[in-house]
Write a protein that binds this ligand. Structure first.
Ligand code: ADP
Ligand code: MG
Ligand code: ZN
Length: 481
Protein backbone atom coordinates (compact mmCIF):
# COMPACT_ATOMS: atom_id res chain seq x y z
CA UNK A 1 0.00 0.00 0.00
CA UNK A 2 1.37 3.41 -0.90
CA UNK A 3 0.44 6.63 0.81
CA UNK A 4 0.37 10.25 -0.27
CA UNK A 5 1.40 12.93 2.22
CA UNK A 6 -0.66 16.13 2.41
CA UNK A 7 0.94 19.19 3.97
CA UNK A 8 -0.15 22.75 4.73
CA UNK A 9 2.12 25.35 6.32
CA UNK A 10 1.35 28.25 8.64
CA UNK A 11 4.13 30.82 8.63
CA UNK A 12 4.43 33.79 10.97
CA UNK A 13 6.62 36.58 9.67
CA UNK A 14 7.62 39.59 11.67
CA UNK A 15 6.98 42.64 9.53
CA UNK A 16 9.95 45.00 9.37
CA UNK A 17 8.49 48.07 11.06
CA UNK A 18 10.31 50.34 13.51
CA UNK A 19 7.40 50.42 15.95
CA UNK A 20 4.86 47.88 17.18
CA UNK A 21 1.49 47.14 15.58
CA UNK A 22 -0.70 49.18 17.90
CA UNK A 23 1.66 51.44 19.88
CA UNK A 24 4.78 53.54 19.36
CA UNK A 25 7.13 51.14 21.20
CA UNK A 26 10.28 50.13 19.35
CA UNK A 27 10.59 46.66 17.82
CA UNK A 28 14.37 46.60 18.35
CA UNK A 29 15.62 43.12 19.18
CA UNK A 30 17.88 42.13 22.04
CA UNK A 31 17.29 45.00 24.43
CA UNK A 32 16.98 44.76 28.19
CA UNK A 33 13.73 42.88 29.03
CA UNK A 34 10.56 45.00 29.17
CA UNK A 35 12.28 48.15 27.98
CA UNK A 36 10.11 48.34 24.84
CA UNK A 37 6.78 48.52 26.62
CA UNK A 38 3.97 50.98 27.28
CA UNK A 39 0.41 50.88 28.66
CA UNK A 40 -0.94 49.69 25.27
CA UNK A 41 1.29 46.66 24.78
CA UNK A 42 1.16 45.86 28.50
CA UNK A 43 -2.64 45.85 28.34
CA UNK A 44 -3.28 48.48 31.00
CA UNK A 45 -6.93 49.38 31.42
CA UNK A 46 -8.00 52.45 29.48
CA UNK A 47 -5.16 52.31 26.96
CA UNK A 48 -6.19 52.26 23.30
CA UNK A 49 -4.53 50.65 20.26
CA UNK A 50 -3.74 52.69 17.12
CA UNK A 51 -2.89 50.82 13.92
CA UNK A 52 0.60 51.11 12.48
CA UNK A 53 0.06 52.23 8.87
CA UNK A 54 3.41 50.88 7.69
CA UNK A 55 2.50 47.40 8.94
CA UNK A 56 -0.73 47.51 6.94
CA UNK A 57 1.14 48.63 3.83
CA UNK A 58 3.64 45.79 4.20
CA UNK A 59 0.81 43.29 4.71
CA UNK A 60 -0.86 44.49 1.50
CA UNK A 61 2.48 44.40 -0.32
CA UNK A 62 3.01 40.75 0.63
CA UNK A 63 -0.61 39.92 -0.21
CA UNK A 64 -0.26 41.51 -3.63
CA UNK A 65 2.98 39.65 -4.35
CA UNK A 66 1.22 36.41 -3.38
CA UNK A 67 -1.62 37.20 -5.82
CA UNK A 68 -4.15 37.54 -3.00
CA UNK A 69 -7.41 39.38 -3.03
CA UNK A 70 -7.02 42.41 -0.74
CA UNK A 71 -9.98 42.87 1.57
CA UNK A 72 -12.19 45.95 1.09
CA UNK A 73 -12.54 46.28 4.83
CA UNK A 74 -9.93 46.21 7.49
CA UNK A 75 -11.32 44.51 10.57
CA UNK A 76 -9.59 43.14 13.66
CA UNK A 77 -10.80 40.53 16.14
CA UNK A 78 -9.89 39.48 19.65
CA UNK A 79 -8.59 35.95 20.09
CA UNK A 80 -9.12 35.21 23.76
CA UNK A 81 -6.94 32.98 25.85
CA UNK A 82 -5.10 33.25 29.11
CA UNK A 83 -1.36 32.82 29.25
CA UNK A 84 1.27 34.88 31.07
CA UNK A 85 2.96 35.99 27.84
CA UNK A 86 -0.28 37.68 26.75
CA UNK A 87 -0.85 40.68 29.02
CA UNK A 88 -4.35 41.57 27.76
CA UNK A 89 -5.48 37.91 27.89
CA UNK A 90 -6.42 38.33 24.24
CA UNK A 91 -4.46 38.74 21.05
CA UNK A 92 -5.57 41.26 18.47
CA UNK A 93 -5.75 39.26 15.25
CA UNK A 94 -8.00 38.90 12.21
CA UNK A 95 -10.62 36.18 12.09
CA UNK A 96 -13.28 36.22 9.39
CA UNK A 97 -11.95 39.07 7.25
CA UNK A 98 -8.21 38.66 6.78
CA UNK A 99 -6.52 41.49 4.92
CA UNK A 100 -5.31 39.04 2.23
CA UNK A 101 -6.97 35.89 0.97
CA UNK A 102 -7.00 33.44 -1.92
CA UNK A 103 -3.57 33.75 -3.51
CA UNK A 104 -0.79 31.45 -4.61
CA UNK A 105 2.97 31.05 -4.48
CA UNK A 106 4.93 29.38 -7.25
CA UNK A 107 7.59 27.01 -5.97
CA UNK A 108 10.46 25.34 -7.78
CA UNK A 109 12.04 22.06 -6.72
CA UNK A 110 13.73 18.95 -8.03
CA UNK A 111 11.42 15.98 -8.43
CA UNK A 112 12.48 12.39 -7.82
CA UNK A 113 13.92 12.17 -11.31
CA UNK A 114 16.10 15.19 -10.57
CA UNK A 115 14.18 17.45 -12.96
CA UNK A 116 13.39 21.02 -11.96
CA UNK A 117 9.62 21.39 -11.71
CA UNK A 118 7.32 24.30 -10.90
CA UNK A 119 4.10 24.15 -8.88
CA UNK A 120 1.58 26.69 -7.65
CA UNK A 121 0.70 26.39 -3.97
CA UNK A 122 -2.53 28.03 -2.84
CA UNK A 123 -2.41 30.72 -0.16
CA UNK A 124 -5.55 30.56 1.95
CA UNK A 125 -4.98 33.81 3.79
CA UNK A 126 -2.35 36.18 5.16
CA UNK A 127 -3.57 38.17 8.13
CA UNK A 128 -2.19 40.75 10.54
CA UNK A 129 -1.82 40.03 14.22
CA UNK A 130 0.29 41.03 17.20
CA UNK A 131 3.00 38.90 18.74
CA UNK A 132 3.01 37.75 22.37
CA UNK A 133 5.77 38.22 24.95
CA UNK A 134 8.43 35.70 25.80
CA UNK A 135 8.60 33.50 28.89
CA UNK A 136 12.01 32.67 30.31
CA UNK A 137 12.28 29.47 32.32
CA UNK A 138 15.90 28.51 32.04
CA UNK A 139 18.15 29.01 35.02
CA UNK A 140 15.33 30.41 37.15
CA UNK A 141 14.59 28.49 40.32
CA UNK A 142 11.26 29.81 41.56
CA UNK A 143 8.82 30.41 38.73
CA UNK A 144 9.50 32.03 35.37
CA UNK A 145 10.24 35.49 34.05
CA UNK A 146 8.44 37.29 31.29
CA UNK A 147 9.75 39.78 28.74
CA UNK A 148 7.12 41.87 26.94
CA UNK A 149 9.50 43.53 24.46
CA UNK A 150 8.03 41.32 21.74
CA UNK A 151 4.41 41.79 22.81
CA UNK A 152 2.59 43.76 20.13
CA UNK A 153 5.25 43.35 17.43
CA UNK A 154 3.50 43.09 14.03
CA UNK A 155 3.19 39.64 12.48
CA UNK A 156 1.74 38.45 9.23
CA UNK A 157 0.41 34.89 9.44
CA UNK A 158 0.54 33.29 6.02
CA UNK A 159 -1.54 30.12 5.74
CA UNK A 160 -1.11 27.77 2.79
CA UNK A 161 -3.69 25.44 1.30
CA UNK A 162 -2.98 21.73 1.89
CA UNK A 163 -1.33 21.61 -1.55
CA UNK A 164 2.15 20.41 -0.61
CA UNK A 165 2.89 16.73 -1.20
CA UNK A 166 6.37 16.07 0.16
CA UNK A 167 8.94 17.39 2.65
CA UNK A 168 10.93 18.72 -0.32
CA UNK A 169 7.96 20.70 -1.57
CA UNK A 170 7.49 22.16 1.91
CA UNK A 171 11.15 23.14 1.98
CA UNK A 172 10.88 24.73 -1.47
CA UNK A 173 7.78 26.63 -0.36
CA UNK A 174 9.63 28.14 2.59
CA UNK A 175 12.64 29.08 0.46
CA UNK A 176 10.39 30.75 -2.12
CA UNK A 177 8.34 32.56 0.51
CA UNK A 178 11.38 33.85 2.34
CA UNK A 179 12.91 35.06 -0.93
CA UNK A 180 9.75 37.03 -1.77
CA UNK A 181 9.59 38.55 1.71
CA UNK A 182 13.19 39.65 1.43
CA UNK A 183 12.77 41.08 -2.06
CA UNK A 184 9.77 43.04 -0.76
CA UNK A 185 11.77 44.16 2.27
CA UNK A 186 8.75 43.09 4.29
CA UNK A 187 10.94 41.63 7.03
CA UNK A 188 14.42 40.25 7.70
CA UNK A 189 13.13 36.70 8.23
CA UNK A 190 15.93 35.80 10.62
CA UNK A 191 14.76 32.52 12.17
CA UNK A 192 17.26 32.74 15.01
CA UNK A 193 15.61 35.97 16.13
CA UNK A 194 12.17 34.42 15.74
CA UNK A 195 11.34 36.72 12.83
CA UNK A 196 10.05 33.77 10.85
CA UNK A 197 8.25 30.86 12.50
CA UNK A 198 6.57 27.90 10.88
CA UNK A 199 4.01 25.29 11.94
CA UNK A 200 3.50 22.27 9.71
CA UNK A 201 0.19 20.43 9.26
CA UNK A 202 0.67 16.88 8.04
CA UNK A 203 -1.64 14.04 7.09
CA UNK A 204 -1.36 10.99 4.86
CA UNK A 205 -3.92 9.19 2.71
CA UNK A 206 -3.92 6.07 0.61
CA UNK A 207 -2.90 6.72 -2.98
CA UNK A 208 -5.97 7.39 -5.07
CA UNK A 209 -8.07 8.49 -2.08
CA UNK A 210 -9.70 11.91 -2.62
CA UNK A 211 -10.55 12.75 0.99
CA UNK A 212 -7.85 14.10 3.25
CA UNK A 213 -6.69 12.12 6.24
CA UNK A 214 -6.63 13.36 9.83
CA UNK A 215 -3.81 15.86 10.33
CA UNK A 216 -1.34 16.54 13.08
CA UNK A 217 0.11 20.02 13.57
CA UNK A 218 3.81 20.24 14.37
CA UNK A 219 5.20 23.21 16.25
CA UNK A 220 8.61 24.29 17.48
CA UNK A 221 10.33 24.11 14.12
CA UNK A 222 13.49 26.19 14.25
CA UNK A 223 14.85 25.92 10.74
CA UNK A 224 13.70 25.01 7.24
CA UNK A 225 15.68 21.77 7.52
CA UNK A 226 13.87 21.01 10.77
CA UNK A 227 10.53 21.50 8.98
CA UNK A 228 11.63 19.06 6.29
CA UNK A 229 12.87 16.47 8.78
CA UNK A 230 9.86 16.78 11.08
CA UNK A 231 7.43 16.31 8.19
CA UNK A 232 9.33 13.23 7.01
CA UNK A 233 9.23 11.78 10.52
CA UNK A 234 5.54 12.57 10.87
CA UNK A 235 4.66 10.95 7.53
CA UNK A 236 6.39 7.75 8.60
CA UNK A 237 4.75 7.83 12.04
CA UNK A 238 1.28 8.23 10.54
CA UNK A 239 1.79 5.52 7.91
CA UNK A 240 2.97 3.23 10.68
CA UNK A 241 -0.18 3.98 12.69
CA UNK A 242 -2.46 3.27 9.73
CA UNK A 243 -0.61 0.12 8.71
CA UNK A 244 -0.89 -1.31 12.18
CA UNK A 245 -4.68 -0.88 12.26
CA UNK A 246 -4.55 2.18 14.36
CA UNK A 247 -5.82 5.56 13.31
CA UNK A 248 -4.29 9.01 13.30
CA UNK A 249 -5.59 11.23 16.07
CA UNK A 250 -5.83 14.97 15.47
CA UNK A 251 -3.30 16.55 17.76
CA UNK A 252 -0.60 19.16 18.15
CA UNK A 253 2.94 17.80 18.32
CA UNK A 254 6.35 19.26 19.09
CA UNK A 255 9.54 18.61 17.16
CA UNK A 256 12.55 17.56 19.18
CA UNK A 257 15.62 18.37 17.10
CA UNK A 258 18.04 16.32 19.20
CA UNK A 259 15.95 13.17 19.11
CA UNK A 260 14.74 13.72 15.54
CA UNK A 261 11.16 12.90 16.62
CA UNK A 262 7.82 14.61 17.14
CA UNK A 263 6.07 14.38 20.51
CA UNK A 264 2.49 14.87 21.63
CA UNK A 265 1.85 18.37 22.97
CA UNK A 266 -1.94 18.39 23.20
CA UNK A 267 -4.80 16.48 21.67
CA UNK A 268 -7.84 17.93 19.93
CA UNK A 269 -9.95 17.50 23.08
CA UNK A 270 -7.79 20.08 24.77
CA UNK A 271 -7.92 22.43 21.78
CA UNK A 272 -8.73 25.99 22.69
CA UNK A 273 -11.99 27.77 22.08
CA UNK A 274 -10.79 31.29 21.45
CA UNK A 275 -14.17 33.04 21.54
CA UNK A 276 -13.23 35.37 18.72
CA UNK A 277 -15.18 38.64 18.60
CA UNK A 278 -14.65 41.97 16.80
CA UNK A 279 -12.10 44.24 18.45
CA UNK A 280 -14.21 47.15 19.71
CA UNK A 281 -11.27 49.52 20.11
CA UNK A 282 -10.33 49.40 16.42
CA UNK A 283 -13.20 50.51 14.23
CA UNK A 284 -13.33 48.73 10.85
CA UNK A 285 -12.41 50.92 7.91
CA UNK A 286 -12.28 50.67 4.15
CA UNK A 287 -9.02 49.90 2.40
CA UNK A 288 -9.34 52.11 -0.65
CA UNK A 289 -8.55 50.59 -4.03
CA UNK A 290 -6.20 53.52 -4.63
CA UNK A 291 -4.15 52.45 -1.62
CA UNK A 292 -3.95 48.91 -3.00
CA UNK A 293 -2.96 50.17 -6.44
CA UNK A 294 -0.34 52.48 -4.93
CA UNK A 295 1.18 49.54 -3.08
CA UNK A 296 1.04 47.35 -6.19
CA UNK A 297 3.06 49.97 -8.06
CA UNK A 298 5.87 49.69 -5.51
CA UNK A 299 6.34 45.95 -6.08
CA UNK A 300 9.89 45.22 -7.22
CA UNK A 301 10.85 42.48 -9.67
CA UNK A 302 10.24 39.30 -7.66
CA UNK A 303 12.52 36.24 -7.52
CA UNK A 304 10.38 34.11 -9.85
CA UNK A 305 10.32 36.81 -12.51
CA UNK A 306 13.99 37.48 -12.06
CA UNK A 307 14.84 33.79 -12.51
CA UNK A 308 12.84 33.67 -15.72
CA UNK A 309 14.65 36.75 -16.99
CA UNK A 310 18.03 35.15 -16.14
CA UNK A 311 17.08 32.03 -18.07
CA UNK A 312 15.88 34.01 -21.08
CA UNK A 313 18.51 36.75 -21.25
CA UNK A 314 21.59 35.01 -19.91
CA UNK A 315 20.95 31.45 -21.09
CA UNK A 316 21.22 30.02 -17.57
CA UNK A 317 19.71 26.66 -16.63
CA UNK A 318 16.56 26.69 -14.49
CA UNK A 319 18.56 25.45 -11.55
CA UNK A 320 21.37 27.99 -11.80
CA UNK A 321 18.91 30.84 -12.16
CA UNK A 322 16.97 29.52 -9.18
CA UNK A 323 20.05 29.36 -6.94
CA UNK A 324 21.14 32.88 -7.89
CA UNK A 325 17.80 34.61 -7.30
CA UNK A 326 17.00 33.01 -3.93
CA UNK A 327 19.10 35.59 -2.20
CA UNK A 328 18.53 39.08 -3.58
CA UNK A 329 22.07 40.20 -2.72
CA UNK A 330 23.53 37.25 -4.60
CA UNK A 331 21.49 38.01 -7.71
CA UNK A 332 22.49 41.69 -7.42
CA UNK A 333 26.16 40.69 -7.18
CA UNK A 334 25.79 38.50 -10.25
CA UNK A 335 24.22 41.24 -12.33
CA UNK A 336 26.92 43.70 -11.27
CA UNK A 337 29.52 41.26 -12.61
CA UNK A 338 27.72 41.20 -15.93
CA UNK A 339 28.14 44.95 -16.27
CA UNK A 340 31.61 43.97 -17.62
CA UNK A 341 30.30 42.06 -20.64
CA UNK A 342 31.60 38.67 -19.66
CA UNK A 343 30.03 35.29 -20.34
CA UNK A 344 26.92 35.09 -18.11
CA UNK A 345 27.23 31.33 -17.82
CA UNK A 346 30.88 31.38 -16.85
CA UNK A 347 30.20 34.13 -14.31
CA UNK A 348 27.34 32.12 -12.83
CA UNK A 349 29.54 29.02 -12.55
CA UNK A 350 32.34 30.88 -10.83
CA UNK A 351 30.02 32.56 -8.37
CA UNK A 352 28.12 29.41 -7.53
CA UNK A 353 31.03 27.07 -7.16
CA UNK A 354 34.24 28.82 -6.20
CA UNK A 355 33.13 32.16 -4.79
CA UNK A 356 30.29 30.83 -2.63
CA UNK A 357 32.48 28.02 -1.33
CA UNK A 358 35.13 30.52 -0.25
CA UNK A 359 32.57 32.84 1.34
CA UNK A 360 30.86 29.97 3.16
CA UNK A 361 34.12 28.60 4.50
CA UNK A 362 34.88 32.02 5.96
CA UNK A 363 31.27 32.75 6.98
CA UNK A 364 31.20 35.98 4.99
CA UNK A 365 28.00 37.13 3.31
CA UNK A 366 28.01 37.95 -0.38
CA UNK A 367 27.56 41.68 0.13
CA UNK A 368 30.68 41.72 2.30
CA UNK A 369 32.79 39.73 -0.15
CA UNK A 370 36.35 41.05 -0.30
CA UNK A 371 36.25 40.17 -4.00
CA UNK A 372 33.95 42.79 -5.50
CA UNK A 373 31.80 42.11 -8.59
CA UNK A 374 34.19 44.03 -10.85
CA UNK A 375 37.12 41.95 -9.55
CA UNK A 376 35.34 38.66 -10.11
CA UNK A 377 34.36 39.82 -13.59
CA UNK A 378 38.04 40.58 -14.20
CA UNK A 379 38.97 37.02 -13.28
CA UNK A 380 36.27 35.55 -15.50
CA UNK A 381 37.43 37.75 -18.37
CA UNK A 382 40.97 36.36 -18.06
CA UNK A 383 39.64 32.82 -18.28
CA UNK A 384 37.40 33.71 -21.17
CA UNK A 385 40.18 35.22 -23.27
CA UNK A 386 42.51 32.30 -22.47
CA UNK A 387 44.99 34.35 -20.49
CA UNK A 388 44.73 31.83 -17.67
CA UNK A 389 43.23 28.37 -17.40
CA UNK A 390 40.34 27.56 -15.09
CA UNK A 391 42.76 25.54 -13.01
CA UNK A 392 45.04 28.52 -12.42
CA UNK A 393 42.01 30.70 -11.76
CA UNK A 394 41.11 28.42 -8.87
CA UNK A 395 44.36 29.42 -7.20
CA UNK A 396 44.05 33.06 -8.15
CA UNK A 397 40.63 33.57 -6.55
CA UNK A 398 41.71 32.68 -2.98
CA UNK A 399 44.74 34.95 -3.44
CA UNK A 400 42.39 37.77 -4.50
CA UNK A 401 40.42 37.04 -1.34
CA UNK A 402 43.50 37.32 0.84
CA UNK A 403 45.23 40.26 -0.79
CA UNK A 404 42.38 42.29 -2.28
CA UNK A 405 44.44 42.55 -5.47
CA UNK A 406 42.91 42.22 -8.93
CA UNK A 407 43.18 38.98 -10.89
CA UNK A 408 45.23 40.74 -13.54
CA UNK A 409 47.77 42.05 -11.03
CA UNK A 410 48.16 38.64 -9.38
CA UNK A 411 48.53 36.81 -12.67
CA UNK A 412 51.26 39.21 -13.78
CA UNK A 413 53.00 39.19 -10.42
CA UNK A 414 53.18 35.41 -10.27
CA UNK A 415 53.81 34.82 -13.96
CA UNK A 416 50.70 32.69 -14.33
CA UNK A 417 49.83 33.64 -17.86
CA UNK A 418 48.63 30.60 -19.71
CA UNK A 419 51.02 28.96 -22.09
CA UNK A 420 49.52 28.97 -25.55
CA UNK A 421 52.92 28.67 -27.15
CA UNK A 422 52.54 25.43 -29.14
CA UNK A 423 56.27 24.88 -29.27
CA UNK A 424 56.56 24.80 -25.49
CA UNK A 425 53.60 22.47 -25.18
CA UNK A 426 54.95 20.19 -27.91
CA UNK A 427 58.21 19.92 -26.02
CA UNK A 428 56.46 19.03 -22.80
CA UNK A 429 54.18 16.54 -24.58
CA UNK A 430 57.17 14.83 -26.17
CA UNK A 431 58.81 14.48 -22.77
CA UNK A 432 55.70 13.07 -21.19
CA UNK A 433 55.13 10.52 -23.98
CA UNK A 434 58.70 9.33 -23.65
CA UNK A 435 58.45 9.00 -19.89
CA UNK A 436 55.11 7.11 -20.07
CA UNK A 437 55.39 4.57 -22.89
CA UNK A 438 52.72 2.33 -21.38
CA UNK A 439 50.06 5.06 -21.33
CA UNK A 440 50.99 6.06 -24.86
CA UNK A 441 50.62 2.45 -26.02
CA UNK A 442 47.31 2.16 -24.17
CA UNK A 443 45.96 5.20 -25.96
CA UNK A 444 47.09 3.91 -29.32
CA UNK A 445 45.34 0.62 -28.47
CA UNK A 446 42.10 2.57 -28.02
CA UNK A 447 42.05 3.24 -24.28
CA UNK A 448 40.75 6.78 -24.13
CA UNK A 449 41.34 7.16 -20.39
CA UNK A 450 45.05 7.04 -21.02
CA UNK A 451 44.81 10.43 -22.72
CA UNK A 452 43.42 12.05 -19.59
CA UNK A 453 46.40 10.84 -17.64
CA UNK A 454 48.85 12.15 -20.21
CA UNK A 455 47.11 15.55 -20.33
CA UNK A 456 47.44 15.71 -16.55
CA UNK A 457 51.17 14.98 -16.82
CA UNK A 458 51.69 17.74 -19.37
CA UNK A 459 49.78 20.17 -17.16
CA UNK A 460 52.06 19.18 -14.31
CA UNK A 461 55.13 19.63 -16.46
CA UNK A 462 53.99 23.19 -17.29
CA UNK A 463 52.96 24.01 -13.70
CA UNK A 464 49.32 24.09 -14.77
CA UNK A 465 49.95 26.95 -17.13
CA UNK A 466 49.39 25.19 -20.44
CA UNK A 467 46.10 25.70 -22.19
CA UNK A 468 44.39 22.32 -21.63
CA UNK A 469 42.61 22.42 -24.95
CA UNK A 470 45.89 22.84 -26.81
CA UNK A 471 47.55 20.13 -24.72
CA UNK A 472 44.78 17.78 -25.70
CA UNK A 473 45.09 18.55 -29.40
CA UNK A 474 48.87 18.34 -29.45
CA UNK A 475 48.98 15.04 -27.56
CA UNK A 476 46.45 13.47 -29.91
CA UNK A 477 48.41 14.60 -32.93
CA UNK A 478 51.67 13.29 -31.52
CA UNK A 479 50.21 9.95 -30.46
CA UNK A 480 48.47 9.30 -33.74
CA UNK A 481 51.59 9.72 -35.86
P1 ADP B 1 -7.22 24.39 12.04
O1 ADP B 1 -8.63 24.78 12.16
O2 ADP B 1 -6.84 23.12 12.73
O3 ADP B 1 -6.26 25.51 12.30
P2 ADP B 1 -7.20 24.91 9.24
O4 ADP B 1 -8.26 24.36 8.35
O5 ADP B 1 -7.27 26.33 9.63
O6 ADP B 1 -7.06 23.99 10.50
O7 ADP B 1 -5.82 24.66 8.50
C1 ADP B 1 -4.63 24.99 9.06
C2 ADP B 1 -3.53 24.50 8.15
O8 ADP B 1 -3.62 23.09 8.01
C3 ADP B 1 -3.58 25.04 6.74
O9 ADP B 1 -2.26 25.34 6.32
C4 ADP B 1 -4.17 23.90 5.92
O10 ADP B 1 -3.68 23.91 4.60
C5 ADP B 1 -3.65 22.69 6.65
N1 ADP B 1 -4.52 21.51 6.56
C6 ADP B 1 -5.84 21.46 6.69
N2 ADP B 1 -6.30 20.19 6.58
C7 ADP B 1 -5.20 19.41 6.37
C8 ADP B 1 -4.98 18.00 6.19
N3 ADP B 1 -5.97 17.12 6.22
N4 ADP B 1 -3.70 17.58 6.02
C9 ADP B 1 -2.68 18.44 6.02
N5 ADP B 1 -2.82 19.76 6.19
C10 ADP B 1 -4.05 20.26 6.36
MG1 MG C 1 -4.64 27.12 12.67
ZN1 ZN D 1 3.88 49.66 23.62
Amino acid sequence: MTYEPVIGLEVHVQLGTKSKLFCACSTEFGLEPNLNTCPVCLGWPGSLPVLNERALQLAIKVGTALHCEISERLKFDRKNYFYPDLPKAYQISQYDQPVNKGGFLEIEFKNQKGEVVYKKIGITRAHLEEDAGKLLHEGIKDGSLVDYNRAGVPLLEIVSEPDLRSPDEAYAYLIALKAILQYLEAGDCNMEKGELRCDANVSVRKSGETKFGTKAEIKNLNSFRAVQKAIQYEIERQIDLLENHGRVVQETRLWNENKGQTFLMRSKEEAHDYRYFPEPDLVPFTISRQTVEAVRKTLPELPGERAKRFIKNYGLSDYDAFVLVQEKKLADYYERCLAQKISPKLASNWIQSELLALLNSKKISIDESPVKPADLAGLVALIENNTISGKIAKDVLPAMFETGKSAKALVQEKGLIQVTDTKLIEEAAGKVIQANPKSAADFRAGKMQALGFLVGQVMKETQGKANPKLVNEILRKKLQT
